[in-house]
Design a protein. Structure first.
Length: 522
């Protein structure tokens, strides 16, 4: 028998793109009216797709490289277009643009046809898209293109001899910031407004070598980053001037603190670092030395090693290991007492629930985790233990393995595997968002898998009239039936006419909706 839980949200398979193995959607990118993503098929390889959340509205945008696949990458939305790199097998990997139609999908560049020098580090600044691209001499430099006119030009040949190889392009205060190597100063911090004159080295942070600035994050009116200086790899910030580019604090006086995962939460910078006395823990900074402190020593013995730092409606969420409960979901308001584990999802000794893909929507956060029973599935929380619950058991016989969670409009798109279709595109309707969705009402469904007859029973539901609806995994209602509840509920359904596969059932009245985990017809 299979338990069934109160559930106001049921994720659905959008489209079975690759019916013989799974399309494995990647780089799901929010856009107007839906999402773009990369998907695979045996016939066409990896190509660019779009979906509005319906089966009929999910389609391959263009077969750029027939039969083999164009291997799109670097998907970047710049209203109203999507920019990406792709290889049409004629010009090599170049920059492309689409409005979502086949005729409106075209190549923008014809510069350097070596696939190892493909466009990357795409960054939108106003009406301009900055990116890096190698010319015919294989020198990677900063380029730009006008979003409205497609006017293309190299911004500056920073290193004419070998290419400056710009990286980590980030928009801040009307300019794009990046690291580059001009051949004289090593890899240092640069900025550009798109003109040759104002594309310049900001500061030679480490004259003896490469500063390697990275992990850029805008917070509290400054651009924070990690960089290697004479004191090691520490936290830095810049206002765009040489004088205003300074180390925030020498956190690890005897070595390097290696700041990473820099995340802004309402003007407070959270990050992960070590001061040498404590292992890798959660820190915060307001940009001053005295305001740069460890938030909490969550795991004094080994370090909590927080990951997945995410701003959720003004609160920091992350995954952390306190040394007792394994990697679980935590939240922080920036104080030690306000830094707490939300819920021990996987209570099997010190096993990890491994929260990942934390994705905010209003006051909720969706994420993936395993409770030790159901495998990796989709979860939701409002920051309280009671309302931290699994949304749906997408794959009852294994792991749904959701990934690439992306909110577009009122839908959450993601990749998942129901055990039958392989990894395909799924969505969850967020317009009925709730976290009270997973209270056990003692509903049981058996046998599962079923052949001819399926039985549903419950001893815990209130008396009244209910509506039972049976759906396929595309969300299409196949059966709607009125049910009257007396002392207990017992329903028998003849499913002999259903095709083999996975289905789910909802039972609802005006106040609640009860949803089964999916059952299988064999």
């Amino acid at each position: 028998m299979t338990s069934c839980m109160l559930q106001a949200q049921v994720p659905v398979l959008v489209d079975d793109i690759h019916s013989s193995g799974g399309a494995y959607p990647q780089q799901i990118t929010a856009a107007s009216g839906g999402v773009y993503f990369i998907a695979h098929s045996v016939a066409d390889g990896d190509e660019l797709y779009f979906s509005d959340g319906s089966e009929s509205g999910t389609y391959k945008v263009k077969d750029i490289h027939p039969m083999t696949g164009s291997n799109p990458d670097e998907l970047t939305w710049a209203t109203p277009f999507l920019y990406f790199s792709a290889n049409d097998n004629i010009y090599g990997t170049q920059l492309w643009k689409t409005d979502g139609t086949e005729t409106g999908t075209y190549r923008l560049t014809d510069v350097g046809q070596d696939n190892n020098n493909a466009p990357r580090d795409l960054c939108v600044l106003g009406d301009v898209l900055f990116f890096t691209l190698a010319d015919d001499g294989f020198n990677q430099e900063l380029w730009k293109i006008d979003i409205n006119t497609d006017a293309l030009e190299q911004v500056k040949d920073i290193n004419p001899n070998a290419g400056s190889n710009p990286q980590n392009t980030t928009a801040f205060n009307g300019k794009v910031y990046f690291s580059a190597d001009d051949g004289a100063h090593g890899r240092e911090l640069w900025s550009s407004d798109g003109t040759v004159a104002h594309t310049q080295l900001i500061k030679d942070i480490f004259p003896a070598g490469d500063a390697d600035p990275e992990n850029f994050c805008v917070s509290n009116g400054a651009l924070f980053f990690s960089a290697k200086g004479t004191e090691g790899n520490e936290l830095w910030k810049t206002d765009g001037t040489e004088a205003g580019t300074v180390m925030v604090k020498n956190i690890h006086a005897m070595g390097s603190s290696f700041p990473s995962q820099l995340t802004d939460v309402e003007g407070v910078l959270f990050f992960v670092a070590t001061d040498g006395a404590s292992n890798t823990e959660l820190w915060k900074s307001d940009g001053t030395p005295e305001g740069t402190v460890m938030v909490k020593n969550i795991n004094p013995n080994m370090g909590a090693n927080p990951t997945e730092l995410t701003n959720v409606n003004g609160t920091l969420y992350c995954s952390a290991n306190d040394g007792t409960n394994g990697y679980e979901l935590w939240k922080s308001d920036g104080t030690a007492e306000g830094t707490v584990m939300i819920k021990n999802i996987n209570q099997q000794n010190t096993a990890n629930s491994s929260p990942q893909n934390i994705t905010p929507y209003n006051n909720l956060a969706y994420f993936t985790a395993t409770d030790g029973t159901h495998g990796s599935e989709l979860w939701v929380t409002d920051g309280t233990a009671d309302n931290t619950n699994m949304v749906h058991d997408i794959n009852p016989v294994g792991s749904g393995d959701p990934g690439d969670l992306t909110v577009s409009g009122a839908d959450l798109f993601f990749r998942a595997n129901d055990g039958t279709s392989g990894h395909e595109l799924w969505k969850l309707d967020l317009s009925v968002s709730t976290t009270t969705a997973l209270v056990n009402f003692g509903l049981e469904v058996f046998p599962n898998p079923a052949n001819d007859m399926l039985y549903i029973q419950s001893d815990d539901m209130s008396k009244g009239n209910y509506i039972l609806t049976l759906y396929n995994m595309l969300g299409k209602a196949l059966l709607v039936q009125n049910v009257e509840m007396f002392d207990n509920l017992f329903i028998s359904l003849n499913i002999n006419n259903l095709h083999n596969g996975n289905y789910f059932i909802t039972i609802n009245n005006e106040k609640i909706q009860i949803s089964t985990i999916q059952f299988s017809k064999q």
